[in-house]
Write a protein that binds this ligand. Sequence first.
Ligand code: ADP
Length: 420
Amino acid sequence: MTAYERSRILLRFADLIDKHNDELAALETWDNGKPYAQAAHIEVPMVARLMRYYAGWADKIHGLVVPADGPHHVQVLHEPIGVAGQIIPWNFPLLMFAWKVGPALACGNTVVLKTAEQTPLSALYISKLLHEAGLPDGVVNVVSGFGPTAGAALASHMDVDKIAFTGSTDTGKIVLELAARSNLKSVTLELGGKSPFIIMDDADVDHAVELAHFALFFNQGQCCCAGSRTFVHERIYDEFVEKAKARALKRVVGDPFKNGVEQGPQIDDEQFNKILRYIRYGVESGANLVTGGDRLGDKGYYIQPTIFSDVKDNMKIAQEEIFGPVQSILKFNDLNEVIKRANASQYGLAAGVFTNNLNTANTLTRALRVGTVWVNCFDVFDAAIPFGGYKQSGIGREKGIDSLKNYLQIKAVVTPIKNA
Ligand code: ADP
C-alpha cells in the first residue's frame, strides 16, 4: 500500500472515531469505570487527534542519502519493521491503542495487539471502524487474552519483529526477557512511575493545590505518571495541606455515567485491595492521615479520596506505585535537597514543577531525571509531545516524531560510483 493510501485510511478512521465518539466513550466507561465525560470529551477526541497526527506522518517518512569517504553512493532506507506486537494496559484502553497502532500503521507495519483482560471492549469496537476506514483484513489484529498466556506468547513469538509494552515495571522486565530469549525482537517499554510534583514557596497556593490534586487524582489515580509525591515547601506547607484536604473532600465520587462525577470506581478488586493495603501501610508507618483512608460505601470499588501528610522518603507509600486516589504530601525547604529527594527513585517517568521563578524552573527542569517535566501544568498530552521514562520507567518514547523510530528498520545501501 502506498504511504498516501495509509494516510487516507488514518484520516477516514479519525472521522469515524468522531462520528462514534459517544459509543466509544460509553464502552470505555463501562469497561474501566472512568467518568463518561472524561472519556467522551478528552480521551476519544485525543484518539482521533492522534490518528490525524500519524496520518500526517505517513507520507513524510523517508530515508537519507549520506556522504561517504570514497566513491560510493550511500542510501539509508527506512523500512517498516514488520509485525509489531503490542500489549496495552487497562487505565486508558483507547488512548493506549492509539499510541501504539498510530505510529505502527503510519510506518507501514502490521499489528497484533493484546488488550488488558479488564478492558477488552473498546479496542474491538474501534477496530471495526478501522476496517470500515479501508484497512485490509489482517493488518491490525486484536487479541483479547490474559497476560501470562496471550501476552507472553506475543512477547516470545519468533515471527514478531517488535514488541511495544505499556504496564507495570515488573511485567515489563518479563516482556524484555521473553524478547531476549526468543528472537531479540526490539522492545519499547512504558512502565511505572512515582512522579514528584514540586511546589515552591513563591507559588499561588490555591492554584498549586488544584493542580496537585488533578495530578494525583485524575483517572482514579490510575496513571503511570500520577504526581504521587507532592513535595511542598515548608513555608506554605500547612496552608497547602489544609487546602488540599478541603479540595479532596469536595471531590465528587460516584456513578461514572452521572454528570459532574469526578471519580468512578477503581478497575477491579485486585487494585481496590492493593490500594487499601497501601493506605494501611501509610498509617502503620506513621504518616498523618489527613482525610479519607477507606472504601466509600459498601458497594463497588470506590475509594475515598485520601491524603497523607508528613510522609517520609523511606515510607512504602513514598516509594512504590499505589495507582489509586492516595496523595502523599512531603515537606522540603531547599532546592538542592528536593532535587536529590525527587531523583531518589527507581522511576523516572515525569515530574511537575510549580514556581514563578524562571531560574528555579530552569534548574529543576535540567536536574530532574525524568522523561517529562510539566512546569506550572500537569498531564498535558499532545500527539506531538514525546512520552516515556528514564530509569525503570521504560525504554523509548511514544507519540511525537520519536515514536516513528520504534516502527522503522534502517537499511544502508552502498553502491560504488564508477564512470560508465
Ligand atoms: P497491571 O498489574 O496494572 O494489570 P500489567 O503490567 O500486569 O499491569 O499488565 C499490563 C498488560 O500486560 C496487560 O495487557 C496484561 O495482560 C499484560 N501482561 C501481564 N503479564 C504478562 C506477561 N507475563 N507477559 C506479557 N504480558 C503480560
